[in-house]
Design a protein around this ligand. Structure first.
Ligand code: NI
Length: 135
């Protein structure tokens, strides 16, 4: 871990009380941990908006019985092979599949991949969660 710096922040009492209640429900042990996560999240969102490199997970569900859908999904994944790190397929039940696609790359390409998957008939839901790459 890099060197820690301390700094003071002045806030209205009502705001800090609300924040303390909020982070208590999120099970943070102290304000520093909560503020660190807020800052990291803000920087990841900034990186995303500016087209920087981020890591992410796409979770999608689709109709197992839809003709040719699985092969169309695989074709799209091959097209985005530079972006995709790994995929996990889960047979949710008799009719539904879930796929978790780990990705690392630039936001514009991730949005293209998600849009391509969403546009397929038989895909029920596609969601992307992003995180930092550790860089
Ligand atoms: Ni399946």
């Amino acid at each position: 871990m890099s060197k820690l710096y301390r700094f003071g922040v002045s806030l209205e009492k009502a705001l800090i009380d609300s924040f303390d209640n909020h982070i208590k429900t999120l099970q943070y042990n102290n304000r520093s941990e909560a503020i660190r996560d807020l800052i990291r999240n803000e920087l990841i969102q900034k990186k995303w908006k500016e087209g920087g490199k981020v890591a992410g997970a796409i979770v999608m569900t689709y109709d197992h019985h839809k003709r040719d859908l699985a092969s169309k999904i695989i074709d799209i994944q091959h097209h985005f092979h530079d972006l995709i790190i790994s995929t996990q397929h889960v047979h949710l039940d008799h009719d539904n599949c879930m796929e978790i696609i780990a990705v690392k790359g630039h936001s514009e390409e991730m949005e293209k991949l998600c849009s391509s998957l969403k546009a397929l008939v038989g895909v029920n839901h596609v969601d992307l969660s992003i995180s930092g790459t550790g860089d």
